[in-house]
Design a protein around this ligand. Structure first.
Ligand code: GSH
Length: 235
């Protein structure tokens, strides 16, 4: 069977993994999940007890969670090295370093902003403190990322790789939370514009928004979440 990527909306980090599957070019399926609704129902815990997206159903029908583990699964099957590199190469080391930074410090900086936005019941004093903490953290991590960006192409080489996929799923949260104008970080702004103009990213963003877009043909269709849980969820 084809692997099935479970991706979340709105504004899920998993959008970048959908784009990466397009770049990888091997047959896959998708499952679109409303993170504010069906992901919070008890049945979703049969896929991910931590109630998060993304999740992957592998070609063996096994559930695999955590972005870095799913990216490593793609990388191991990227025999044509379309989105990754020889594991012993300098490029592979640089890509892993960048992915680890994006998936930890860069992503984590947004956590206070999400916590403030989703707090129920509201606690205005705590929400205000979280927003201030989050804004400062996001700005600081953007400063560090701006320093890490080399050249005027994609993050690692002259075409998008897994690192660019991870970045583009997260980077738009700057705008979503209205932290600061993109122009504060010119190298990152230019990089984001390049990645966002890529057909696979346009396709993945459209799917996330509920639009029916044809991709490059690698996607063999969507499965409903109820079916994915019934067939592959843990009991
Ligand atoms: N450590 C996980 C974190 C994934 C994560 O934070 N996913 C977010 C969406 S991008 C989520 O599902 N959040 C739960 C929520 O919105 O309630 C990973 O790297 O895959």
């Amino acid at each position: 069977m084809e692997p099935v990527l479970i991706y979340g909306f709105p504004a899920g980090s998993s959008m970048g993994l959908v784009a990466a599957l397009e770049w990888l070019g091997q047959p896959y399926r998708l499952c679109r999940v409303d993170m504010m609704g069906e992901m919070r129902e008890p049945a979703y815990k049969r896929i991910n007890p931590r109630v998060e997206t993304p999740a992957l159903i592998t070609d063996q029908g096994e559930v695999l969670t955590e972005t870095m583990a799913i990216a490593a699964w793609f990388e191991a099957r990227d025999t044509e090295r379309r989105i990754s590199f020889d594991p012993l190469s300098r490029e592979a080391d640089r890509m892993h370093q960048m992915m680890a930074f994006i998936n930890t410090g860069f992503t984590g900086a947004f956590s206070p902003l999400w916590a403030a936005m989703e707090m129920e019941p509201p606690n205005p004093a705590l929400q205000s403190a979280l927003r201030e903490w989050g804004r400062d953290a996001v700005i600081e991590r953007h400063d560090r990322l701006e320093e890490m960006i080399e050249g005027d192409s994609f993050l690692i080489v002259d075409h998008p790789t897994l690192a660019d996929g991870l970045l583009i799923g997260i980077a738009r949260w700057l705008d979503f939370h209205q932290v600061a104008p993109q122009a504060h970080w010119p190298k990152l702004a230019a990089l984001r514009a390049r990645i966002e103009a890529d057909p696979a990213v346009i396709y993945a963003t459209a799917l996330e928004n509920g639009e029916n877009q044809p991709g490059n043909g690698a996607c063999k269709g969507h499965l409903p979440l109820a079916e994915v849980i019934r067939r592959f969820g843990r009991n």
